[in-house]
Design a protein around this ligand. Structure first.
Ligand SMILES: *[C@@H]1O[C@H](CO)[C@@H](O)[C@H](O)[C@H]1NC(C)=O
Ligand SMILES: *[C@@H]1O[C@H](CO)[C@@H](O)[C@H](O)[C@H]1NC(C)=O
Ligand SMILES: *[C@@H]1O[C@H](CO)[C@@H](O)[C@H](O)[C@H]1NC(C)=O
Ligand SMILES: *[C@@H]1O[C@H](CO)[C@@H](O)[C@H](O)[C@H]1NC(C)=O
Ligand SMILES: *[C@@H]1O[C@H](CO)[C@@H](O)[C@H](O)[C@H]1NC(C)=O
Length: 322
């Protein structure tokens, strides 16, 4: 095999990400306004185990959805957004960020999650002059999905952002005993609902609108326990890309977000113990769990009008981990 000149070898090694060591400790002092992602959250979080859909009131220490930390800079002034699963987790962080960026927001959630939705309303109404509309209901009902989109548009005076974020999962380690009812609920919530919502939204979204899907890094590296959930996330990634191609000529952008493990209500319904969560996140490059608020800038960036050429993209994981 021919020997490559050192400069070419180093260039190739950088290109392929094969250079070792990958990280060296820098002693540089952080400049004001620059945040070190590794050390932003140093708290050793615990996670409760609770049945679906879970409530934030069962957390000993709340995840950060930006209630006291997200500061907007006017990136979504005048925009109108519908967010499913907007009462907690990623959806709550996105609702708060969108409102702080100047958007009016409608959130959907299950009626048993009303106490979580009330907290979103108070976080938004106490800090902004934006509107927050609560539209509870079960997305497994196709008619409800169509009604939800038209009611959101009616209440907000139009709609130009749809965030398909709500999801269901029921852990199962053995396909032989995997309940078909549970499988059905996963598909109805994670596949049929976003499809119906996007279908309804496509009829009313003006050019310049944005549809955003919450996928998950799990679609690339599925484990043994979330077989149906992981598969629906793969579907969502492909749906998002296909819709991006279909809706591009109409000026509607479509993107998906596929994060690694995020500290959410949803996670607390997946039978994951605090020890299991810590073991997983310790193996990630950042070595810690993602807080919902840390994903908010991604959704804001995908929604904002300036992102005219951002469509068909997948924002994947964080810290390089799938
Ligand atoms: C950082 O500081 C330590 C201790 O002062 C020193 O040993 C190390 O070489 C420094 N690293 C860099 C990258 O400057
Ligand atoms: C977090 O808690 C676990 C269990 O108590 C402990 O082993 C670990 O060292 C702690 N990590 C940090 C960063 O405090
Ligand atoms: C489905 O949604 C529609 C519209 O919101 C509602 O009228 C109907 O009662 C719902 N069906 C069920 C079974 O909840
Ligand atoms: C969740 O899975 C368990 C075990 O497979 C099953 O007993 C239960 O009925 C499922 N839950 C739902 C809502 O289908
Ligand atoms: C899934 O469940 C719904 C009720 O929620 C039912 O109408 C539908 O027929 C079920 N589909 C399958 C394939 O079992």
């Amino acid at each position: 095999m021919p020997r490559l000149p050192p400069s070419v070898a180093i260039g190739m090694c950088l290109l392929l990400g094969l250079c070792l060591p990958v990280a060296t400790q820098s002693n540089a002092t952080l400049v004001e306004g620059v945040i070190d992602p590794v050390n932003r959250y140093t708290v050793n979080y615990t996670i409760p185990i609770q049945p679906f859909p879970g409530l934030l009131s069962n957390f000993e220490l709340r995840p950060d959805h930006g209630e006291n930390s997200y500061v907007g800079t006017g990136r979504l002034i005048g925009r109108r957004a519908l967010i499913t699963g907007g009462d907690s987790g990623i959806g709550r962080a996105v609702a708060i960020a969108f409102a702080r960026e100047g958007a009016d927001v409608a959130i959907n959630y299950l009626s048993v999650e009303e106490s979580d939705a009330e907290e979103v309303a108070s976080a938004i109404l106490s800090s902004t002059s934006r509107r927050l509309i609560r539209l509870p209901g079960d997305l497994r009902n196709e008619t409800f999905c169509y009604d939800l989109v038209s009611r959101a548009a009616e209440e907000l005076g139009g709609l130009d952002i749809l965030v398909n974020n709500a999801a269901y999962s029921n852990i199962s380690l053995d396909i032989r005993t995997h309940s078909m009812e549970s499988f059905n609920q996963t598909l109805e919530t994670n596949i049929y609902a976003p499809f119906s919502l996007s279908k309804a939204a496509a009829s009313i979204l003006p050019a310049g609108s944005s549809i955003i899907f919450t996928a998950s890094g799990i679609f690339q590296s599925p484990g043994p326990a979330l077989v149906d959930y992981a598969s629906t996330k793969g579907f969502i990634v492909t749906l998002s890309r296909a819709l991006a191609a279909q809706l591009a000529p109409r000026g509607i952008r479509v993107n998906a977000v596929a994060p690694a493990l995020v500290l959410t209500n949803f996670l607390s319904t997946q039978g994951m113990t605090t020890e299991a969560m810590r073991a997983i996140v310790e193996a990630t490059p950042y070595g810690r769990v993602i807080q919902p608020v840390e994903l908010a800038p991604v959704y804001v960036g995908l929604a904002e009008s300036a992102a005219t050429m951002v469509s068909g993209s997948l924002w994947s994981a964080s810290g390089g981990q799938g």
